[in-house]
Design a protein around this ligand. Structure first.
Ligand code: BG6
Length: 514
């Protein structure tokens, strides 16, 4: 029997009656990584590929090809992958799995602007097709700085490597930053789409690969409990926080001039907002999910005036975990005059019937009090409390908190009677924790996303429109900040600049201290 063609492999998601509880194994293919010597490849991509192989989710005919300038042989490349896997993989190391994977590893050395190197890449892929039966299905992962995209895309086009046919697929994977504002994102998208049609483009936002982020959909759309309250009648505001305790030592090349808002608000946090605020999709078919996210992003805009509704800061020296740490301006590689923000907070409005009047506060920062990402839906106070004021002095607002990481789960905060003969009501928490509820550990985001990409399953990859809409939302804040001086310093190990607290205090609210 002949192998099914790429078209025959395609499953109409609306008619797809597969049992979705079962994992799917990728079909025959080769994955080419540009930028194999970089940090992302070593820390995330190589370990994720091994973890997939270890879980039996890669096909026997799988091949991994590294492309870089180094003068390596296949064996040198395999050694680099081996070391990365030993150091960073999630699942235990198994010699037999490794050996099978290593048999399909090849290295092509060359520079991005050298057509001969791409010709060598093409013949390596042809040989792999014959030796390992990759079926001519190739994914090209651009784990490289975006200024190199045009050259590599052009070479993929000129060498014929980007050309798909009914018998084989060709896909490209790109990592953020997807531009630095709306205009540059449009240019980048046009450039990518000149070579690869949109359905062959997989943009990685690794937050969408996280279990807890996908669980937002389960929580909202598989339950009856929350939806009746999920609107402006009951919700006072929403806080989306991505706080990190790490500094930016070693990342100046990427981060200086980019800043916190472009680095994570434009992508991760706006995607979290979209999952939290979108309407129910008619199914989980990729296009349906994307359509709902696009609708909600189209309805989202910055609340103003921007000097009151946004805040940005830059960490100064301080203490973290009992250790003194330097400020951004002293970090290696950063200009001592750098105006790059390491903290950003914005206020958004979602102009829909469901959300009119409910502010969404988004904040992110480096060198903050602790590492935590969460979405807190904070409810209005009960319209009437039949208690004396003193009885409810310790009662805050009810909240539902989706704990994205590190302590993955969901918390509900509500008032409860303090035991005793009197009546006093105080906040308590009810927790669901992944660690306690399930015995299996969650796959790494990159495992999920690489597998989905190899399967041609696009649900968890933002499309062109989402990227551009996100810039459209954020651009006015970026322009405003660019025109208004330097970011406000905040001490490392604290929760950001005073203007961020002021931003919420003005509206009678305060940030959670997770
Ligand atoms: C990346 C950002 O996208 O996400 C980094 O560029 C950030 O600045 C990282 O540190 C955080 O990822 P995670 O999965 O550890 O929350």
């Amino acid at each position: 029997m002949s192998e099914p063609t790429a078209q025959q492999n395609w499953v109409n998601p609306l008619r797809d009656s597969r049992d979705k509880r079962l994992p799917r194994v990728a079909g025959p293919c080769a994955l080419v990584i540009f930028g194999v010597t970089g940090d992302l490849a070593r820390r995330k991509l190589m370990p994720a590929i091994y973890d997939l192989a270890n879980r039996g989710l890669l096909p026997p005919g799988f091949a991994l090809v590294g492309f870089a300038r180094r003068d390596w042989e296949d064996a040198d490349f395999a050694k680099i992958v081996h070391d990365a896997v030993r150091e960073h993989s999630r699942t235990p190391f198994r010699e037999d799995v490794w050996e099978r994977l290593a048999e399909g590893m090849r290295f092509v050395h060359g520079t991005f602007d050298d057509p001969d190197a791409f010709a060598r890449l093409a013949s390596t892929l042809d040989a792999l097709e014959k030796e390992r039966g990759t079926g001519g299905n190739h994914a090209f992962y651009l784990a490289i700085p975006p200024d190199r995209f045009p050259t590599v895309l052009q070479q993929l086009s000129d060498s014929g490597l980007a050309r798909r046919s009914p018998d084989h697929w060709r896909r490209v994977v790109i990592e953020k930053p997807f531009g630095h504002d709306l205009e540059s994102a449009q240019e980048l998208n046009a450039l990518v789409n000149r070579v690869f049609p949109e359905d062959a483009v997989f943009r990685i936002d690794h937050y969408l690969g996280k279990e807890t982020v996908q669980n937002i959909l389960a929580l909202r759309f598989a339950n009856q409990l929350f939806d009746p309250l999920w609107n402006s009648h009951y919700v006072d505001h929403v806080q989306i926080t991505m706080a990190e305790d790490i500094g930016l030592g070693g990342r100046a090349g990427y981060y200086d001039g980019i800043g916190a808002a472009r680095d994570v608000i434009q992508n991760h946090l706006l995607q979290l907002l979209a999952f939290t605020a979108m309407e129910e999709p008619i199914s989980f078919a990729p296009r349906e999910l994307q359509a709902e996210k696009i609708k909600v992003l189209k309805s989202t805009r910055l609340a103003g005036p921007l000097d009151e509704t946004t805040s940005r800061g830059q960490y100064a020296g301080g203490w973290q975990g009992g250790v003194p740490v330097v400020g951004l301006l002293e970090e290696e590689g950063f200009s001592p005059e750098s105006r790059t923000e390491t903290y950003a907070a914005i206020t958004l409005e979602v102009d829909t019937r469901r959300w009119a009047g409910v502010p969404f506060y988004l904040r992110t920062g480096k060198r903050l009090g602790r590492r935590v990402t969460e979405i807190a839906v904070v409810f209005k106070r009960a319209p009437h409390l039949p208690f004396d004021e003193t009885m409810t002095e310790e009662l805050g607002q009810n909240a539902l908190v989706i704990r994205v990481q590190p302590d993955e789960g969901v918390t509900m905060r509500f008032g409860s009677k303090v035991p005793g003969s009197g009546m006093e009501v105080r906040d308590v928490n009810m927790d669901f924790s992944y660690g306690q509820a399930f015995t299996t550990s969650s796959p790494e985001a990159y495992e999920r996303l690489i597998l989905d990409m190899l399967l041609g399953e696009p649900s968890l990859f933002p499309v062109n429109d989402e990227v551009e809409l996100s810039w459209q939302i954020l651009d006015p804040a970026l322009d405003h900040w660019a025109a208004h001086g330097t970011p406000e310093p905040y001490e490392a190990g604290t929760w950001g600049p005073p203007s961020a607290d002021e931003m919420l205090r003005r509206t009678g609210r305060e940030w959670r201290r997770p």
